[in-house]
Ligand binder design. Sequence first.
Ligand code: SER
Length: 340
Amino acid sequence: MRKEVVLITGANGEIGHGLITHLSALNNIQIVALDVQPLDDELKPYCHRFIQGDILDQMLLGRLVVEYEIRTIYHLASILSTKAEYNPETAHRVNVEGTMNLLRLAVEQSQWQGKSVKFIYPSSIATYGVSGLEEKKRVGKVHEDQYLEPITMYGCNKLYCEHLGRYYARHYRQLAADSSSTTIDFRCIRFPGLISAFTIPTGGTSDYAPEMIHYAAQNIPYNCFVRQDTRLPFMVMPDAVKSLLKLWEAPREALTQSIYNVTSFNPTADEIFQQVKKYFPEAINNCVVDESRQKIVDSWPEDIDDSAARKDWDWKPDYDFERGFNDYLFPNIEKEYNQS
Ligand code: SER
């Protein structure tokens, strides 16, 4: 008999770290983790199996279909917004073709199993695109269906993959004579910038927030690449994981849309630094604006409306700005760097 598992791609990434430890604590969950890099040692005990490989490798994905009964896919693997701008075509291949491969795998699985496979997809604030600072200030909070004109390859990729997910879930091969009634259950969360106490992101444009905090904890002066008055929505990693688990558990009939915003707090870069200084009074933050990255951040809204998630699946973050820093970030980051 094939084993029932949850497949997690991009297992080594920031969200993967948080998700795997929480998911493995639940009953009856066996995790199959996939990543292009070797799995971090601390994640090994939580995974039933790790496969080092590429989501573009269709042979590898084909073998997974045969071997496992995959009930849920958390497709986390992706190239983030800054890195994607250095090689947009590669980003497109990984972010879009990679996602297509996983969606096809989900369809095959649901056809084999005769029941729908859940596909949980993290999208991003990068799907939005306002025309610049003036509009950003004027529009304030945005709903899921507003200002969807991203200026980055990553944002375009994420927005398109949201549509692909909706297509595979509701309209896949709609004209084929054998189009099956078994479809996938696509559920997507649009995240703001994420901040973890244990990992630093690589290649994102909201990275200035986590970098500022982690540099301060290590006593390294930080050159912040955005203006101090730059405002962006953020969330700490336990809330990101909570939202992924809550959306996964939500009854299908409660969901009125495929894509949901979630958010928590939205400080300026300077407000983050003032918070950092409470714990690390010696912290140094130089403002060395990178105009290109600034332009990207200025195209992202300063706040997002997550009322649909609150209403449909009872979403609510546990951590606001104060609690996020006082109860999660500072205690854990301090421990982390004092150990090493
Ligand atoms: N954190 C991501 C990035 O900066 C946005 O989702 O690319």
